[in-house]
Design a protein around this ligand. Structure first.
Ligand SMILES: NC(=O)c1ccc[n+]([C@@H]2O[C@H](COP(=O)([O-])OP(=O)(O)OC[C@H]3O[C@@H](n4cnc5c(N)ncnc54)[C@H](OP(=O)(O)O)[C@@H]3O)[C@@H](O)[C@H]2O)c1
Length: 325
């Protein structure tokens, strides 16, 4: 089967290769991959290197081609979408193995490319809000990095959760995108945020979801979080964090890593199957809209190199997908 693998750490080391088609066992599905999305995890994993050629990619949509003997949730022919498990080979291959408990049914109204744009970011935002911060309706939420992949679905999920959403964006096109997705207010993360929050008539925010660099925004987060509020971080901090301001407010600091459930095979990993199905329902009913902004075809090394370069520029709006072989 065709695949794209890293053979080094730089973008040029993404290469087309041939691999044997895998066979499913246990609860694995063998998925015929139709489209894949790219995420910053791909570029971070690539830069970390690998001793042997490694297939990256953790966002896919496709059709179940075969199932392992213990599979109960899907059958061959089912259309599915999923993010997968970073401790296993990625989905940048014609066929791919994935545990059924972290796979959802593909939204019917979305084509494969549109569907592939959703899973990793939707799992991240959902788990950040419901499983980590345990948000309650009517409260305020600041989303730092509103127009990126995670922010684009997070703004919409936060509105479904009936939160007042203040998203951040720094360019005219990203500001417009955040508003289109339903943000109640948009402020600029490249300017001091306190005056912008106060200009909205607010002193603090109940929840802060930081979907970008932690070190850069940490002092602002400690200043803006409400007493007894909650903060969720999805990116690693580079320097130790001074938690004094947050401790004084008894605010919760939560971490969200969407690979935790598959990586540690937690007892509740099937929650990702359930949430992806709920997100599919909302996409089909029009409660959520897709976040795909750009498609490259086919799935090959040349296009994956372009996608990695674009992600590394830090200027993504919504999602970028590669489709077809
Ligand atoms: N822990 C997890 O499970 C998990 C899951 C998914 C992603 N992540 C991580 O979360 C981060 C975001 O992922 P993503 O897919 O949303 O990335 P992305 O799509 O590449 O994000 C691009 C957006 O970031 C915004 N941005 C750039 N610099 C910023 C800054 N200094 N402060 C705030 N926003 C800034 C830009 O908005 P403007 O152009 O308007 O400035 C741009 O729209 C990545 O580091 C990724 O690895 C973690």
């Amino acid at each position: 089967m065709k695949a794209v693998a890293q053979t080094g750490t730089d973008i040029a080391s993404l290469n087309d290769i041939e691999l044997p088609k895998p066979t499913p066992s246990g609860r694995d599905l063998l998925v015929q991959v139709e489209a894949v999305s790219v995420n910053p995890v791909d570029t971070k994993q690539r830069k970390a290197g690998s001793p042997s050629p490694r297939v990256l990619g953790w966002d896919a949509a496709g059709t179940v081609a075969a199932v392992g003997p213990q599979v109960t949730l899907f059958k061959p022919g089912d259309a599915v979408y999923y993010a997968g498990d970073v401790t296993r080979p990625g989905c940048d291959s014609e066929y791919h193995l994935v545990d059924e408990r972290i796979v959802g049914r593909k939204p019917q109204k979305l084509d494969f490319a549109q569907a592939a744009a959703i899973p990793l970011t939707a799992i991240t935002a959902w788990e950040a809000f419901y499983d980590r911060m345990k948000v309650q309706k009517g409260r305020s939420l600041l989303i730092i990095g509103g127009a990126g992949g995670v922010g684009s679905i997070a703004i919409q999920l936060a509105k479904i959760a009936e939160l007042k959403v203040i998203a951040t964006a720094s360019r005219p096109e990203t500001i417009t995108w955040c508003k289109e997705l339903g943000a109640d207010h948009v402020i600029d993360h490249r300017k001091p945020m306190r005056p912008q929050i106060e200009a909205l008539g607010m002193k603090n925010v109940d929840y802060i979801a930081n979907f970008n660099e932690v070190d850069e925004h940490w002092a602002t987060i400690g200043d803006l979080i409400a007493p007894q509020g909650a903060i969720v971080l999805i990116v690693s901090n580079k320097a130790p964090l001074n938690v004094d301001a947050v401790r004084a407010k008894s605010a919760a600091i939560c971490f969200e890593l969407m690979f935790t459930r598959p990586r540690f095979q937690t007892h509740d990993m099937i929650e990702q199957h359930k949430l992806l199905n709920q997100v599919a329902d909302w996409l089909d009913s029009g409660k959520l809209r897709g976040t795909l902004k750009q498609t490259l075809s086919p799935i090959n090394a040349a296009n994956l190199r372009k996608a990695h370069a674009q992600l590394e520029s830090g200027t993504m709006i919504g999602k970028l997908v590669l489709k077809g072989w």
